[in-house]
Design a protein around this ligand. Structure first.
Ligand code: APR
Length: 313
């Protein structure tokens, strides 16, 4: 079987972490691509030199040439500017749109058969722009946010209950911003529905912390945004695709009528396998949750309208 190839466009904090975790998992050979000379090459070589103690034969390379995306099975895009304290994800819109456009044109030219995972913020608008620029089928252009938001909520629930983090399943839908929607009835702790273990009031506190979790990290780091957890969540999506796992994950997927929205990327539960986003799962929500989801989708729509106007003119 031919070795798989994974291109990481953006060799910054998330890109570097992605390269290390992908090498540990031996999911495919890795090429790191960035506009800064030396950084992708240096990070690739650094990890190459550490392969013996982690028992991996993954080959890594660094490049400043977008042509090296060529033939990739998976492309993970983190190219762009991260937040600093005081900034919202939406503040990154204009600068990161220009970057995503350039990267999208390169993917269209060199790797039109790839599964593309966008991580650059503001996430929902950037993955929408990526799909429009590349013209790739929407099931092969997906955004990483819901896996992270859900993992953050699961973490806070586990901390509150004093149980193992990997025993908690959680679902957070909507846009990747302060309007995201944490679902009380969709958290389970070792299979036990959360309402049997935690009050709605306590859950609401954790839900607020989840919506602001990215900002909490930005305020602690002061120089950038979260990178370890975004990287491992992106790997989970790449793995689901490369191993045809049929994993049920919350991702930003293009809605075509589901949940009452059309031509809008938003976080919803999907099945990821060799076909990319093989299915969008429509779950039933309470009226309160439906209203919150509609509000969140509305916030995403405003940014998407900006992208549409920019692309037209
Ligand atoms: N092509 C390739 N790489 C680029 C380009 C471009 N046109 N423009 C910028 N980059 C690179 C930068 O040189 C930098 O190395 O993207 C990298 C981004 O890395 P960091 O600044 O460390 O940011 P990171 O923490 O990795 O976050 C990247 O993901 O979560 C989002 O909000 C976050 O939008 C940000 C992105």
């Amino acid at each position: 079987m031919a070795r798989k190839k994974i291109a990481l466009v953006g060799a910054g904090q998330i890109g570097g972490t992605l390269a290390l975790v992908l090498a540990q998992k031996q999911l495919g050979d890795v090429v790191l691509i960035d506009i800064v000379e030396g950084v992708p090459q240096g990070k690739a070589l650094d990890i190459m030199e550490g392969r013996l103690p982690i028992s991996t034969s993954t080959v890594l390379a660094g490049s400043n040439n977008f042509d090296d995306i060529k033939g990739s099975d998976v492309v993970i895009v983190t190219a762009g500017v991260p937040r600093k304290p005081g900034m919202t994800r939406d503040d990154l819109l204009t600068v990161n749109y220009d970057i995503v456009k350039v990267v999208g044109e390169a993917i269209k030219k060199t790797a039109p058969n790839a599964f593309v995972i966008v991580v650059t913020n503001p996430l929902d608008a950037m993955v929408y722009a990526m799909q429009k620029v590349t013209g790739l089928p929407p099931e092969r252009v997906v955004g990483m946010a819901g896996v992270l938001d859900s993992s953050r909520l699961a973490c806070f629930v586990a901390m509150e209950l004093g149980v193992a983090a990997d025993d908690v399943q959680a679902t957070v839908l909507g846009g990747h911003g302060p309007t995201m929607v944490s679902l009380y009835n969709f958290v389970s702790v070792g299979g036990i529905p959360l309402p049997q273990l935690m009050s709605k009031e306590k859950f609401n506190e954790l839900s607020v912390r989840t919506a602001e979790a990215g900002t909490e990290i930005v305020n602690l780091l002061k120089t950038g945004s979260a990178y370890y957890s975004p990287a491992v969540c992106s790997v989970r999506m790449a793995e689901a695709y490369l191993l045809d796992k049929k994993s049920v994950l919350t991702c930003a997927a293009l809605l075509k009528g589901q949940y009452g929205f059309n031509d809008l990327y938003c976080g919803v539960p999907v099945v990821i396998g060799a076909g990319g986003v093989e299915k969008i799962i429509e779950i039933s929500m309470t009226d309160e949750e439906k209203a919150a989801f509609a509000k969140s989708a509305g916030a995403v729509k405003e940014l998407i309208d900006w992208v549409d106007a920019k692309m037209k003119g």
